[in-house]
Design a protein around this ligand. Sequence first.
Ligand code: IMP
Length: 431
Amino acid sequence: MSVTCVFGMQWGDEGKGRIVDLLAAKSEFVVRYQGGANAGHTVIVGQEKYVLHLLPSGVIQPDTTNIVGNGVVVDPATLIAEIDGLAKRGIDLQGRLFVSDRAHVVLPYHKTMDMALEALRGSDALGTTSRGIGPAYGDKFRRAGMRVVDMLKPERYEELLRANTGAWNAILEQAGMPAIDIPAVIEEMRAVGERVRPYVADTTDMLLSAWRAGRSILAEGAQGFGLDVDHGSYPFVTSSTTGPAGVSAGTGLPPKALTRVVGIAKAYLTRVGAGPFPSCDHGAAGRHLAEKGHEFGATTGRPRDCGWFDAVLARRAALTQGCDAVALMKVDCLSGLDEIKLCTAYELDGRRLDSPPAWAGDWVRCTPVYETFEGWSEDLGGARHFDDLPVAAQVYVRAVQAIMETPIEMISVGAERERFIPLERGVPVAV
Ligand code: IMP
């Protein structure tokens, strides 16, 4: 019996889709438990590239059942577009994709509101993905949302929408934007609701039965620890609980069901959107990483800022989220740098910090304390054993493992499925 959670330890874009795809080969169920279409999980199989925003990354593995859990905010139009897109590529999801009847719906006006709120923030804008995530979760928590179960009852739309949109219209007026067109929303929801209907189920029941029958379940996190609404760089965060703590709330599985937590971290660091990033590198090294790592947002196409591995953030993620293992991604992208830096602590107003400060205003002012390592020039794409790595790469990876106090059980050296080094007992300690 196993319930594994895979989650991002940084600011998203760590490579979770690739790891979920690998682990899904051994899982019977894959479930998304939070976030929405703001995610962009990439899976590469042979010559084929799949970018998934809302569907669990297990859909690419033919034998998995995939679930969009109750904790996700579902944009029905995106859901249908993804289902149709995969069908065109020969992947039929009928009978192996289920959407929770309790999940909240991202309504068209949530996306408008996302943009209106960003415009009102002016220079303090968060740099959201404009996918309506904040407003949809906002409605959920102020108990003014539409859930999937409501979406299947068009006779209730009018009453529900009229009761729930008043507060938003006031903000739209302030932003100089037109009020919500309720008849247009009703028409759109009616159409998409019918398309989603065949996939709707009580997924909590399904997952509970699966768990009690000892089936293997993989919970796929989106975004990352630095964007977690409680633990991240608030307010420059997303609106959900991104780590394993979100699994129970977002699926209905009991907290004690979780048997393993795998954190995903890139060997360097990227961020898209606004917010603190002390180890950001605006020089040649940052450009090298952006180029080698193809660091452009899978959802928005925005270029990501790049910099050095931030152990303050990753260690906090590993320890607070109870990571059993870490998968260290994109180590191959470090090849060709003369030296590699590792941010081991922050300095703020002459004080050393080993944990991130609570206030983003302080976090922005932190300067990184670096340990510098020798670089390497070899191409790592063919490495399948730890000993295949150049000594300089071994030294760096070992240092990352030590500072996180968590075993690195996989090193990724390329985007393709087979390009990784498995390490059952973590990186071997130097002798
Ligand atoms: P939202 O989730 O669209 O509200 O955006 C809030 C912040 O999270 C912004 O800085 C986004 O760029 C960031 N963000 C949201 N989803 C992702 C993701 O999947 N990868 C990386 N950053 C993300």
